[in-house]
Design a protein around this ligand. Structure first.
Ligand code: NAD
Length: 456
């Protein structure tokens, strides 16, 4: 039997557990179970489905410290951030349970005399839900629970980087005693994921890299089934000359360096008005050098390790490429000398050019390239100079100007100043290579359904 070994990237890759990889027969059986359970789960109705799923809240509440420590161990995420993840999850989950039914209520589209047209939102069927590791418990909940609320049955595959979180997720779901086949989980890497999506599923719900997302979108096209793709990003942040530097940099620090920079929606390119460029670079350098990089189980730590050696090596290739092509390291740029594991110092790069990987690829680590602009047109051009379009940040005291810039940026979610689109009722998703479809809110829930019109 093949195993996935789970290691702690912040403790020199010490082994913390293992799970057995699902074989093709098991995958086929689980898909068959999900297909057999479709009718029953659909006919139960949304109210009863939500009632069956709701005890998950108590289980998470009871196990939140265990979950937080496991996230920290499997990923190297600072413990306080892992705890915040769980609180965040609880908030999202409560909102899914509270608003799911409202989002999927019948809609009247036409009413005239005796004529009445009504949309009903029906489940798509069996959903293959595949997720990444960077917010391992959120990704499980966001992929699986809205699908189940909408009436789809789910075969779930978590990332090979966080298989032990995948195990806890399965354990919690088993304790809900859902009808057989409504939820099941398979374990493994991309090969297992590929085996899963090649079965007779009705829907692919995927969060992960754009490279894999595009392959799955192509497969969904061949099968002619629906898919939702939540993919990578290289968000720009535009800082105009009138910003309050300290307040703005507080936000930028979080938007870039949270989770050691491994966030789809992170700010990955900073575009600063030339008149405040030196000040921004100097102040951000001070902020980064004041942060504690280290052991993530220590509550004082601000930045832990990356998730794996693979991720560290990929980041180093991008930074080395930038340096070779003339970028300047303002701070960081290397592994910390005293720590063993997937650590990399928070880094600022200037003198960044469009041909550098740190500019045109997604950078999934604590590295921030900073460039300057003179006019808003130039800032917009730089912001859109990417294959991605997940999100962006625009900061200016002149909100009308910021809004005009926001309208020109090719991305799905744009925050102006203190705006924060991360609430469960607001749809999330990308333009360009960052995705297809939306999750969360009314739009996200309706993605999980087929639309049927009954006209009388
Ligand atoms: P990844 O695409 O390598 O893997 C994601 C999942 O897909 C994993 O479970 C993996 O095993 C599986 N997989 C890989 N190849 C597959 C295949 N051929 N068929 C089926 N499944 C396959 O991504 P990752 O490294 O785990 O995660 C990081 C990426 O995810 C980044 O690009 C990040 O921006 C993105 N992400 C996006 C969002 C979003 O909501 N837009 C959220 C989190 C992460």
């Amino acid at each position: 039997m093949k195993k996935i070994i789970s290691t702690n990237p912040a403790k020199n890759y010490e082994v913390i557990g293992e799970v057995t990889v699902s074989n093709l027969n098991e995958i086929k059986k689980k898909v068959e179970g999900a297909n057999n359970a479709k009718k029953l789960w659909k006919e139960l109705g949304i109210e009863k489905r939500i009632a069956l799923l709701t005890p998950l809240l108590d289980q998470i509440e009871e196990r939140k410290e265990e979950l937080a420590y496991l996230i920290t161990k499997e990923m190297g995420k600072p413990i306080n951030e892992s705890r915040d993840d769980i609180s965040w999850d609880l908030g999202y989950l409560k909102s899914f349970f509270k608003l799911g039914e409202e989002y999927l209520k019948d809609e009247i589209t036409h009413s005239q005399g005796n004529s009445l047209h009504r949309i009903i939102f029906e489940p798509i069927g069996s959903a293959a839900v595949i997720t990444p590791w960077n917010f391992p418990f959120d990704m499980f909940l966001w992929g699986v629970i809205p699908n189940l609320i909408a009436g789809n049955t789910v075969i779930f595959k978590h990332s090979e980087e966080t298989p032990l979180i995948g195990k806890i997720a399965e354990d919690m779901m088993n304790k809900l005693h859902l009808p057989e086949g409504v939820f099941s989980e398979v374990y493994g890497d991309g090969n297992t994921g590929a085996q899963l999506v090649n079965q007779n599923v009705d829907f692919i719900w995927f969060t992960g890299s754009s490279t894999v997302g595009k392959k799955l979108f192509e497969l969904a096209g061949k099968k002619f089934i629906k898919s939702t793709m939540e993919l990578g990003g290289s968000n720009p942040a535009i800082l105009c000359e009138d910003v309050d530097v300290q307040k703005t940099l507080g936000k930028i620090f979080i938007k870039r360096f949270l989770n050691c920079g491994q966030v789809c929606d992170a700010v990955k390119r900073l575009i600063v008005h030339e008149s405040i460029f030196d000040e921004i670079v100097g102040e951000l350098k001070k902020i980064l050098e004041s942060k504690i990089v280290g052991e993530p189980e220590n509550e004082k730590t601000n930045i832990g390790s990356l998730v794996s050696k693979t991720q560290l090596l990929a980041l180093e290739v991008q930074v080395e490429d930038a340096i070779k092509k003339g970028a300047k390291i303002v701070t960081g740029g290397k592994r910390p000398a005293n720590l063993k594991g997937a650590y990399f110092l928070p880094t600022i790069l200037t003198n960044v050019k469009p041909n550098m990987k740190v500019w045109h690829e997604e950078v999934f680590g604590p590295v921030l390239p900073i460039v300057s602009f003179k006019t808003d047109e130039e800032a917009i051009k730089l912001a859109n100079d990417t294959e991605y379009g997940l999100g962006a940040v625009v900061c200016s005291k002149d909100v009308e100007r910021a809004e005009n810039i926001a309208k020109e940026i090719e991305a799905g979610n744009i925050d102006i100043n203190n705006g924060n689109h991360w609430v469960a009722c607001t749809p999330f998703g990308g333009y360009k290579n960052s995705g297809m479809g939306r999750e969360h809110g009314r739009h996200g829930f309706q993605e999980l359904c087929k639309i049927k019109v009954i006209a009388k």
